[in-house]
Design a protein around this ligand. Structure first.
Ligand SMILES: NC(=O)c1ccc[n+]([C@@H]2O[C@H](COP(=O)([O-])OP(=O)(O)OC[C@H]3O[C@@H](n4cnc5c(N)ncnc54)[C@H](O)[C@@H]3O)[C@@H](O)[C@H]2O)c1
Ligand SMILES: O=C(O)C(=O)C[C@@H](O)[C@H](O)[C@H](O)COP(=O)(O)O
Ligand SMILES: [Zn+2]
Length: 360
């Protein structure tokens, strides 16, 4: 087992990465409390992994209660959040209760937001079971739900007390979900580490093929990159915005298509292709590097052709981006592969970029 640390002063926490960690009752002993443990999961993940987690918690004398949610991005809503609160209240969860978020990013984001707000804050542990949640969403404390007008618009920064990554859960992941996770891995290489991007390019076939040692490498590397960024800028006043590379376009696609139609990672893959084009238009990235990044995204079975919409539809969804200030959208662009920056861009250039990218 490898252990990384997210350094946030008195809210620092460990990330445990290994195989069969779900069965490691000793590891779970540190989360035993006088109160109950709540497993928040969904109808897909529960039959796969909840029994093993429950056994590890019960081995430490914990009372375990499950809250099982419907599966899908379209359920990342107020109504589902209310189901979590109802489950907690019906079981008389008190302030010492701990939530264990067992599932992908949708479960982690919602269970984390529930933990942030139930009785004004109870502890939660992230147990991510998708590649996307292992390389990205379980780390850093962004929690929340969607609004019909925009992704993750309601939420809180609220850190877990630990992240437990059982790599073997990746073996039951559908191919499309594996690819979606690889989009965020490519993002980490593109914004912060060109050597890692080279490595991803060279090992794409093994990654597509669920090679566990390659997957372990991308999980460890991604968690290292993300936790270093979060430790510097927890609430996104500066460098953390780089983690949003591809997301201004990607979130517009997810929202505009209807949540769940495009997976988050697919939209980010396509969004990175458009953001790379924007970086070329701004005179930063070479055409050759843009084409290389797009080839890597495609090799990982991710889409790079955006849906064709009216310009106003793109601009209207993008106007809700959380990086916007006084109506001006800020974009994450690449100065070169492995080096990102935040940049205000005039709508004219964004529109010509969307044209070149075939989105309008
Ligand atoms: N908080 C953050 O920093 C952050 C970062 C990136 C993404 N996100 C959010 O994460 C969400 C996307 O997360 P996701 O890609 O994990 O999607 P997801 O949570 O919808 O999971 C994808 C699918 O895989 C299923 N699943 C989960 N684990 C499985 C397993 N081991 N085997 C088989 N099936 C499994 C799920 O039930 C679901 O159907 C989006 O809502 C996105 O906004 C948040
Ligand atoms: O952790 C971050 O910061 C990120 O931006 C990671 C993204 O991959 C993730 O999709 C995040 O939820 C997007 O944040 P948002 O603030 O644009 O909703
Ligand atoms: Zn993302």
């Amino acid at each position: 087992m490898k252990t990384l640390n997210v350094n946030l002063g008195d809210r620092s926490y460990p990330i445990f990465i290994g195989q069969d960690l779900l069965d490691d009752a000793q590891l779970f002993s540190q989360f035993a409390t006088s109160s109950a443990s709540f497993i928040v999961t969904n109808t897909t993940v529960e039959p796969l992994y909840a029994d093993r987690l429950e056994a590890s918690l019960k081995a430490n004398g914990q009372q375990v209660i499950r809250i099982v949610l419907p599966d899908g991005e379209s359920f990342k809503t107020w109504e589902t959040l209310q189901t979590i609160f109802t489950g907690l209240l019906e079981s008389n969860a008190d302030r010492k209760a701990t939530i264990f978020a067992l599932g992908g990013g949708v479960i982690g984001d919602m269970a984390g937001f529930a933990a942030a707000s139930y009785m004004r804050g109870i502890k939660f542990v992230q147990i991510p079971t998708t590649l996307l949640s292992q390389v990205d969403s379980s780390v850093g404390g962004k929690t929340g739900i969607n609004h019909p007008l925009g992704k993750n618009m309601i939420g809180a920064f609220y850190q877990p007390i630990a992240v437990i990554i059982d790599l073997k859960t990746l073996l039951t992941l559908p191919k499309r979900e594996l690819a979606a996770g690889l989009a965020e891995v490519v993002k980490h290489g593109a914004i912060a580490d060109h050597l890692f991007l080279d490595w991803i390019e060279s090992n794409a076939a093994a990654l597509n093929n669920y090679d566990l040692s390659c997957l372990e490498h991308v999980v460890v590397k991604s968690c290292e990159i993300k936790s270093a960024v979060v430790a510097q800028d927890e609430k996104e006043s500066g460098v953390r915005a780089h983690l949003n590379f591809g997301h201004t376009f990607g979130h517009a696609i997810e929202t505009g298509m209807g949540y769940g139609e495009w997976l988050h990672g697919e939209a980010v893959g396509c969004g990175m292709a458009i953001a790379a084009e924007l970086s070329v238009q701004l005179g930063y990235l070479s055409l050759e590097d843009k084409n290389r990044l797009i080839r890597i995204i495609q090799t990982l079975h991710l889409p790079t052709k955006a849906p064709q919409w009216d310009t106003s539809k793109y601009l209207s969804y993008m106007s809700h981006d959380k990086k916007a200030e006084s109506g001006q959208i800020k974009y994450i662009v690449l100065e070169e592969l492995g080096q990102a920056k935040v940049q205000k861009v005039d709508d004219d250039l964004v529109i010509s970029t969307l044209k070149v990218a075939g989105a309008i």
